[in-house]
Design a protein around this ligand. Sequence first.
Ligand SMILES: Nc1ncnc2c1ncn2[C@@H]1O[C@H](COP(=O)(O)OP(=O)(O)OP(=O)(O)O)[C@@H](O)[C@H]1O
Ligand SMILES: [Mg+2]
Length: 457
Amino acid sequence: MAKAAAIQHACSECGYTTGKWLGKCPACGSWGTLVEERIAAVPKGAAQAAGRPLLRLVEVEAGDAERIPTGVAELDRVLGGGLVPASLVLVSGDPGIGKSTLLLMALRSLSADRRVLLVTGEESAAQVKLRADRLGGGADVHILAETNLDEVCATLERERPDVCVIDSVQTLYAAELGSAPGSVAQVREAAGRLLRVAKESGIATILVGHVTKDGSVAGPRVLEHLVDCVLQFEGDRYHAHRILRAVKNRFGSTNELGVFEMTGAGLVGVPDPSALFGKTEDGEVGAAVACALEGTRPMLLEVQSLVSPTDLAMPRRVGTGVDPKRLAMIVAVLGRHAGVALGGADVFVNVAGGVRIDEPGADLAVALAIASAAKGTRVREATAAFGEVGLTGRLRPATQAERRLEECAKLGLAAVVAPSGSPAHGKLRVEQADTVRRAIGVGVRGADQGEQAKARR
Ligand SMILES: Nc1ncnc2c1ncn2[C@@H]1O[C@H](COP(=O)(O)OP(=O)(O)OP(=O)(O)O)[C@@H](O)[C@H]1O
Ligand SMILES: [Mg+2]
């Protein structure tokens, strides 16, 4: 009697294996991550692997690894200069953010001198055609509307295009697995098979991936480990601007970001993003620029404030995009330690673009915006700020100062108000301040000449 193949269940987060299926992984505590795996039985008498001859690195012939420019400048910038042949890139983002649009634009310009293929599982060929017409024509893009993984792989091996886009990896299914498309096992199988085809046939492959509610790529974590490059496409549904970031890149830096604007004719690159996020209106009172870290990624955001006299016994402190408790604390510190009395005034704070800042490193920019609004003078132009405000009025160093400064320099700012001990950074003027009072002295125009002189010394 033939022996049934053994089945085990492996956690896609930590790799823990168990004989029976469990809802929660006993090793790492994740829910719903255990997936069924078949252990291939080794036939008796199978030939032992003989091992392969060794190569020294100097003898390895690196193929002509010239990059393929996609023709979308902002995308090339994030990829580190273009697509690397035979690499696997994962592009993830919220529904409707514009992933398909971005990649169709790239395919259109690539098709001028390369063979390109779009595998669409989400939309019919006619729907893609409609989008292509909106973007200005379909050009020479080949299209395959297919979700069967075997068919897709076979087509890729036969056609061997230079660049292939799979939209999306969650719609592919391998019939032999039995589970539904988009399940952990299916996504992992699809990515693994496509990786093999990409490397063997030299196809630069771009996978579109969905994200879960908390923003990580849906499907097993291994997907992120498998691919060479993970790009995240983010933005606010109510605003036209979109940001493309590299979360992982084996062939380039992950500090680059690309900025796009969604228009009726597709995504238009924004070569100077500082004009969007990093700059306040000239001469506007009550606006400061924060350099906040989102996870590990720095981002410049305009913080606006309004201070208006009130007759209320309990003046209002209203923050949109900032934590109300932190706002109350900053207002108290400003009153007690920085000479900005706000006892008889309502304070409103708003972070532009509908972004939410949870990070204490943005405190100083909030403080500067409020101080500027209260004093009626503006924050110095082309200046950003970061640093955590302590209860004693002292500025605490913010984490990853180097990365924040790099972001400010990249977005073309002239100066940054930062806690003492922050490193110098190229041409960027780093104005160090040890207290909130001094930071306001340096950051807000006409606030306190004495403090400015002291800070320079
Ligand atoms: N005529 C138009 N004018 C302006 N913007 C448009 C127009 N048509 C579509 N869009 C924008 O394109 C977005 C959809 O883009 P796209 O289909 O590329 O997103 P996606 O990330 O691929 O979504 P999904 O996850 O559903 O596949 C819409 O949310 C809308 O903002
Ligand atoms: Mg899409």
